[in-house]
Design a protein around this ligand. Structure first.
Ligand code: ATP
Ligand code: MG
Length: 238
């Protein structure tokens, strides 16, 4: 087993919450409603991953499986400049694969290892993990098949993380669970399948003026807790 490495989110409070950063050989899931900052965090992680280890990066290339067509090079350029990186060099290290449907998404994850043989990929992002599955497998009759495919997909991602000592970061939407009467009714899509395979789960909630609250849920060895982050022009900060 290779030594676990950590990738900084760029926000100290959030890094501390998860034990110093996102770990390699694990899946970290960010879930939350629209506009909660999931994609912003993914883009920030992509930029950070290209940075040297002394600066919280992995000195690596990045593969993004983009299922919602929300990758924005302009946003990467803004974030790269804020870190004093060459924006063009940064963009060159971020490889984006657009997934057209759930089947294609699964295929791209299977092929990720081919790409990693050519480029030093230490961060694999899936944004969003569940959107295609959610829209293509609708209704009770297709739930079992959806969960089985998601399970296979998650294990492919985890395998990639293990073989290449890479960080796997995924996003997930929430839906209102009508069975929850007390507390927050928002639950992540994919239920137990996603929950059991993701090592770290973070729930993002909106707060005032660009602020977001990240809550760590079900960690194997870290205490539950929260961190506040701010979404700014320059990227994610405390
Ligand atoms: P979805 O579920 O729809 O994919 P998401 O969780 O991915 O939503 P993001 O797209 O990451 O949400 O977040 C959008 C929010 O990020 C905006 O509402 C805004 O608050 C913030 N944001 C985006 N770009 C900037 C910027 N350049 N400067 C400051 N804040 C920004
Ligand atoms: Mg998004």
């Amino acid at each position: 087993r290779k030594e676990v490495r950590k990738l900084s989110t760029g926000a100290q409070g959030l890094d501390n919450l998860i034990g110093g950063g996102l770990e390699t050989q694990s899946i970290t899931e960010f879930f939350g409603e629209f506009g909660s900052g999931k994609t912003q965090i993914m883009l920030q992680l992509a930029v950070n991953a290209t940075m040297p280890e002394e600066q919280g990066g992995l000195n690596s290339d990045v593969l993004i499986i983009d299922t919602e067509n929300t990758f924005r090079p302009e946003r990467v350029i803004q974030m790269a400049k804020a870190k004093n990186l060459d924006p063009d060099e940064t963009l060159k290290r971020i490889h984006v694969a657009r997934a057209y449907n759930a089947h294609h998404q699964i295929l791209l994850a299977e092929k990720a290892s081919d790409i990693a043989k050519e480029f030093p990929i230490k961060l694999l992002i899936v944004d969003s993990l569940t959107s295609h599955f959610r829209s293509e497998y609708v209704g009770r009759g297709s739930l079992a098949e959806r969960q089985q495919l998601l399970n296979k997909h998650m294990h492919d991602l985890l395998k990639f993380g293990t073989i290449f000592n890479a960080v796997i970061a995924v996003t997930n939407q929430v839906s209102a669970n009508p069975a929850v009467f007390f507390g927050d009714p928002m639950t992540p899509i994919g239920g137990n399948i996603v929950g059991h395979t993701a090592t770290f789960r973070l729930y993002l909630r909106k707060a005032k003026a660009g602020k977001r609250i990240a809550r760590l849920i079900d960690s194997p060895y870290l205490p539950e807790g929260e961190a506040v982050i701010t979404l700014t022009e320059d990227g994610i900060i405390d």
